[in-house]
Design a protein around this ligand. Structure first.
Ligand code: DGY
Length: 427
């Protein structure tokens, strides 16, 4: 299956989206530098151009805030029709804002994991020494400025921080948010992609309303945690963070740096993760609404992310795989749904085959799940999902996400992380 033409085409997509300074996630839909996209893109680039991969990381780090946050988007000075633009975010009112225009929120912290992977393959100690302090500061910020209850679990304050914007996980939190007055805005995200494949208006208005709240609070981390109407502890985000802490620890060891602080985060996470998120009756991990103090009982593929971080016990892993991943009523292929792994269980009433995070297959989620399955010894299932993912890309092109019924592509075309992960999965 690993054919050279797929690899050549994947490289072409990364080159197409390369601005020299950073790589766009998609040529029209996403014309700036996105945080977790960029980490994956760096990994993809490292297979054929290591200096350029390192540049990708440096460009992302140039957007780091004074307090350590690495934002979800760095705009650099690239002109575009993307909304929300820097004028909308108004980050200059924060004393923590960096010298380049960025958003005022963050994204799942994949960077340490990607840098470690690149370092393992290419032994790039000088580069690790250069980037390590910035990544450590970001993790510290996540574990402290986003710590709502001394658990070391990080809270997110906007669905965009979860990377899974309109996932049904967040719908219940949205019901409690009634935007009193919305600022004027015009959506740009339905210009290049069909509205039926993008978030609904109700959700989008809440995305914008939250930004309006944040800019009025001048992005003060204390105020955001205290007053954001949306505060959640996200299974996916925290699993990625915990795995990234492990990888950061390895980088620290290689550099001869102390690991006590990272060990503290890892121990606390191991102590608290299962208590907070695991639902024994359902055999699933559920996100947590910090404002109401309640679990959010929605079944999405985020439940498999803890495998990536080694957080479930063997028995919890078995239940996740046997009762859910391999269940054709939920995630495994069946008569209607032919492809692995739908981002939302098909049993959820809000499941939709083509709408963004409501159900389509995303290559990134498959990659997390494949890595997690291998970590727990489910190599055969991992291999099945890996082959299906490569087949999807081969047939549908490097799309942002795929309709799990027939494999047709949705969202952005020439999507960079699908290309980066095609290279990675083909190794
Ligand atoms: C978008 O533009 O849809 C992004 O998900 C927000 O970062």
């Amino acid at each position: 299956m690993t054919n050279s033409s797929l690899l050549d085409r994947a490289v072409s997509v990364l080159l197409l989206n390369d601005t020299g300074l950073f790589t766009k996630p998609g040529p029209h839909q996403y014309p700036h530098q996105w945080n977790w996209d960029s980490a994956l893109i760096a990994l993809g680039l490292s297979h054929f151009d290591l200096p350029r991969a390192q540049q990708e990381v440096r460009s992302l780090l140039s957007g780091q805030w004074q307090d350590g946050m690495i934002p979800s988007v760095v705009y650099h000075s690239t002109p575009s029709d993307y909304f929300p633009n820097p004028e909308f975010w108004q980050i200059e009112n924060s004393p923590n804002a960096p010298g380049v225009p960025t958003t005022g929120i963050t994204q799942p912290p994949l960077l340490a994991t990607m840098v470690r992977r690149m370092h393992t393959r290419h032994s790039m100690e000088d580069f690790v020494r250069e980037g390590y302090p910035a990544i450590l500061r970001w993790h510290r910020w996540l574990h402290t400025d986003r710590n709502a209850d001394d658990s070391a679990l990080a809270s997110i304050i906007h669905p965009w921080e979860s990377g899974t914007d309109d996932s049904p996980r967040w719908l219940h939190l949205f019901e409690a948010i009634q935007p009193e007055a919305l600022p004027e805005f015009q959506r740009g995200d339905t210009r290049y992609v069909a509205a039926t494949e993008r978030p609904n208006r109700t959700e989008y208005e809440r995305f914008i309303y939250l930004i309006d709240v944040f800019r009025k609070l001048n992005y003060s981390p204390e105020q955001l945690l205290a007053y954001s109407p949306f505060v959640a502890q996200d299974v996916l985000f925290n699993a990625i963070l915990s795995r990234a802490d492990e990888d950061l620890r390895e980088l620290a060891m290689g550099l001869g740096q102390p690991t006590d602080e990272i060990d503290g985060w890892l121990n606390q996470m191991r102590r608290n993760f299962n208590d907070r998120f695991w639902d024994e009756r359902a055999g699933l991990y559920y996100d947590y609404d910090v404002r109401t103090g309640k679990s959010i009982p929605v079944n999405t593929a985020a439940t498999f992310l803890p495998l990536f971080a080694g957080l479930p016990s063997k028995e919890q892993a078995r239940r996740l795989v046997d009762e859910h991943l391999l269940n054709p009523g939920e995630y495994a292929p069946n008569e209607d749904v032919r492809h692995w792994v739908t981002t939302t269980a098909q049993t959820e009433p809000t499941w939709e085959a083509r709408r963004y995070w409501r159900g389509p297959v995303w290559v990134i989620m498959n990659w997390f799940i494949i890595e997690g399955l291998k970590r727990y010894g489910y190599d055969d299932v991992a291999e099945t999902i890996q082959q299906d993912t490569l087949r999807l890309i081969e047939a549908g092109g490097f799309r942002e996400y795929y309709d799990p019924r027939d494999g047709s592509g949705c969202g952005s075309t020439d999507f960079s992380w699908s290309a980066a992960l095609a290279i990675e999965l083909s190794q």
